[in-house]
Structure formats: C-alpha cells, structure tokens
Write a protein of this length. Structure first.
Length: 195
C-alpha cells in the first residue's frame, strides 16, 4: 500500500485503503443556510456560496497531492484521506451530467491555499473552480468535520447539494472517493430537479 519515496502518483487509488465510518460529523448540516462569506477561487473570483442562485454541488476533500511529492506520514492509514485527485477527476468527468440535471454551480473545497489548489486545477483540467477555506472560516461556521495530521487541519471528505444557499443534502462519508460524483448524479436522477 505504500509508495517508494518520491514516487507518489495522486491519480492512483490503492487497494486496501481504510473506509471512513459515519461518525455523525455531518448530521447537523442538512437544512443549514451557508454563512455570508466569500472564499478565494482558483479562477480568480471570490465565491459566496450563500448568495448563489439555483442548485450548487460542493464536494469537499482533505488535500490533493502532487506527482512525485511524498504524502504526509501515515496518510494511507487515515480512513477517508486518500483519493482527493480521483474524487476531483470524478466531478470533472461528470460535470456535464450534473449540468444536465440542473446543477448551476459546481465547486471543490479544501483548506489548501489557492496557489496550491491552482496547480491541481490546471493539471487535472478541471472545468470548475476550487475554493480555499485556508483560514477555516466556512469550516468553523458550519462546524464541518475535520482531522489533523502533520500539523494540518483538513476537512473530511463529503459532498453537498445546496439550493439557493441552503444545504439540501449531504453525502457523508464518501467512499470510494472516485465514485463521489456518480453518487451525486444518481441522487439527482432519483430525486428529480427541484421545483
């Protein structure tokens, strides 16, 4: 399960990584209104999720890795940590499906800074922006579930459907991460577009 030093490939989701369990960390989110705050985006904008009209899908991930850069110590042993790049790629590959199903806005979110996120957005050819909660403003306001490793406070993986600034549905925990977008697409198909 471990990679040789300097050989990290973030596109690979190794077999045998531990699945996260539902710790109840997201139960309070459904029905909450997003706080009135703007987050830096990789497209240069500042995005206030509470002000977006229509349906938004926000997927949340701990941190993307970079090819050839070693992961934090013990990363693959943390349930739900590995797989941020495959999750982002799943939303990239299903972006058109989400639009067809009534999603007006699609974003990824992590606590990494925008400069770090920009590398991933460019390398992965993401057709949507990544948002930075580097200062944990959204995380604190919504009491999002986090974990700490190697001195970093990171978000636990999830996805949200948000309608006019209110959280309609939360996917948590998310596993496997590369199926995250498919799970959202299936939910949208089953529930239909909102009135």
């Amino acid at each position: 399960m471990s990679e040789a030093p300097g050989m990290h490939n973030p596109n690979v989701l190794p077999a045998g990584i531990p699945a996260p369990q539902d710790d109840g960390g997201a139960r309070h989110l459904k029905g909450m209104r997003l706080p009135d705050l703007a987050l830096a985006a990789t497209d240069g904008a500042r995005v206030n999720l509470s002000k977006l009209k229509g349906r938004t899908v926000l997927y949340i991930y701990p941190r993307t890795g970079r090819p050839g850069v070693d992961l934090p110590a013990g990363w693959d042993a943390i349930p739900g940590a590995r797989g941020c790049t495959p999750q982002s790629c799943s939303f990239r590959d299903h972006a058109t499906d989400l639009t067809r199903l009534g999603v007006a806005h699609l974003y990824g979110l992590s606590t990494q800074d925008t400069a770090y996120q920009q590398e991933a957005a460019t390398r992965l050819h993401l057709p949507f922006a990544l948002l930075s909660d580097e200062h944990l403003q959204l995380t604190t306001a919504l009491k999002l579930p986090t974990f700490v490793t190697s001195g970093m406070t990171l978000l636990k993986r999830m996805a949200m459907v948000i309608d006019d600034g209110v959280i309609t549905y939360v996917f948590y925990p998310v596993f496997p991460p590369d199926k995250s977008a498919e799970e959202v697409v299936q939910w949208l198909k089953e529930t239909g577009t909102r009135a």
